[in-house]
Design a protein around this ligand. Structure first.
Ligand code: ATP
Length: 471
């Protein structure tokens, strides 16, 4: 079994949606905070399966009134969901097992306490965690992630979803620990393979329907990850500030929807919270630990199969297919252990690469409807979610940084940004860090040499072939 020290050296980079500071993997003065839960070191070596939770919503009032037949039954204690199908007058039952099952009467608090709260604790321990909501339109993705009513008279609403509850838990814990911390959030939307910053200042949003406006770019960070260039990061100090930001972001999403004549069911949203917490070693050295929580509300899964059918929406449909389809392909490739995993084929999978087969702890909440009219989509969601259960990630705690090293990193970050601003102002190109530039140049040179060698080889082969034929 690997020692904790060896594991630490393995490195725990952040999936950075921002160009900000990344904890170092080779920091010798790190301490392992891993809790003695299911992720013991031997389990970690083999990988930890993506956790898949299934939630079935209740029938709506309208569905109940017209006596819509129910074809789904949930057994929460056995963690089973059964779908009843009638094919050629024969009743066929299909049963699926998940990590947790929440039936139609399950409450928001119950789902959060049993499935999400442990994940939030892990973020505070220094892990990166991602929670996806996946399912057909109208099955409760947004209800599960965001919830119903907003905060009234200072009271926390009982139907608040995963995002506000996670925020509350994070602040409650940090305040109870009297911790010194800093927190920042980002909120973006992905639609037609284009990224919209939901926290961008108003002026930028006015041009959301302006086709000449360059979409926000996704850049390689040179460490195997990506970041969104220029994505607004809001520093937050209270839970209320986050609730306001969420409202602001959701309102912008709605405005953009009206402008572009689209619905939320066709776009993906990613809300991320990054937390830096200060700790002191017994020697008095100040260390910073970092955790990140990504909360992802995916486009309606029916967009995979149905979109593209309507004329005039080909591009839109095609692009949405691209992210959701690629997500499916990535899941398949990971489950089937095929060599090539097509992360690079869509922005969604590029952004969330580390959450699928990487070092992040991932949970998928699949949502379904109990109605007979949704059975086809429900079966497809159940199959999809069941397959995703076989994805293995190797979660690693982010390495703690010495405060002095972090400050040094921040200074170089400021330098980099200054140079970017300068380049932008002078309109003389984009800034690439010197070491990345040198690396890319060396790679280019090596590639040119390889091509030359190959050309020489093929030339000499041709000559031999020619000589042989003249003999
Ligand atoms: N578990 C639940 N309990 C009670 N009501 C629910 C539940 N899940 C969903 N609903 C209700 O069902 C309706 C549709 O839910 P919601 O908008 O969250 O679906 P969605 O999957 O996010 O759809 P879309 O993909 O179109 O955004 C809403 O009115 C919501 O309040």
């Amino acid at each position: 079994m690997e020692s904790a020290q060896q594991q630490r050296r393995g490195g725990g980079g952040l999936v950075s949606l921002s160009p900000s500071q990344t904890p170092r993997s080779n920091d010798k003065s790190v301490r392992d905070l891993r809790s003695a839960d299911s992720n013991s070191s031997s389990k970690q070596d083999k990988g930890v399966n993506v956790q898949v939770i299934l939630r079935c919503r209740p029938l709506s009032e309208d569905e109940t009134r017209i006596h819509t037949p129910v074809v789904i039954s949930c057994n929460e204690s056995r963690r089973e969901v059964c779908a009843v199908q009638n094919i050629a007058n024969k009743q066929i039952d299909r049963t699926f097992l998940f990590d947790k099952v929440f039936g139609p009467s399950s409450q928001q608090k119950e789902l959060f306490d049993l499935a999400v709260s442990p994940i939030v604790n892990e973020v505070l321990e220094g892990y990166n965690c991602t929670i996806f909501a996946y399912g057909q339109t109208g099955t409760g993705k947004t209800y599960t992630m965001e919830g119903g009513a907003r905060k009234k008279n200072g009271e926390f609403p009982s139907d608040a979803g995963v995002i506000p509850r996670s925020v509350k838990q994070i602040f409650d814990i940090l305040e109870a620990q009297n911790a010194e911390y800093s927190m920042k959030v980002t909120f973006l939307e992905l639609y037609n393979e284009e990224i919209t910053d939901l926290l961008a200042p108003e002026e930028t949003m006015k041009f959301v329907d302006d086709k000449s406006k360059k979409p926000i770019a996704l850049m390689e960070d040179g460490k195997g990850g990506v970041f969104v260039r220029g994505l607004e990061e809001e520093i937050v100090t209270t839970a209320n500030e986050i609730y306001k930001i969420l409202e602001k972001g959701s309102a912008k999403r709605r405005t953009a929807e009206t402008l572009l004549n689209k619905q939320s069911s066709r776009s993906h949203s990613i809300f991320s919270i990054t937390i830096h917490i200060k700790e002191c070693t017994p020697e008095g050295e100040e260390m910073i630990k970092c955790g990140k929580l990504n909360l992802v509300d995916l486009a309606g899964s029916e967009n995979i199969s149905r979109s593209g059918a309507r004329e005039g929406r080909a591009r839109e449909a095609g692009e949405i297919n691209k992210s959701l389809l690629t997500l499916g392909r990535v899941i398949n490739a990971l489950v089937e252990h095929s060599g090539h995993v097509p992360y690079r084929d869509s922005k969604l999978t590029r952004l969330l690469r580390d959450s699928l087969g990487g070092k992040t702890k991932t949970c998928i909440i699949a949502t379904i409807s109990p109605s007979i009219h949704c059975l086809e989509e429900t079966l497809s969601t159940l199959d999809y979610a069941h397959r995703a259960k076989n994805i293995k990630n190797k979660p690693e705690i982010n390495q703690k940084m010495m405060k002095s090293a972090l400050i040094k990193d921040l200074y170089s970050e400021i330098d980099r940004l200054k140079q970017e601003v300068y380049s932008a102002r002078e309109k003389n190109g984009i800034y690439i860090p010197r070491d990345r530039f040198l690396l890319e140049e060396a790679e280019k040179k090596a590639m040119a040499e390889k091509i030359e060698r190959m050309e020489l080889e093929s030339e000499s082969k041709e000559k031999v072939h020619f000589l042989k034929s003249t003999l």
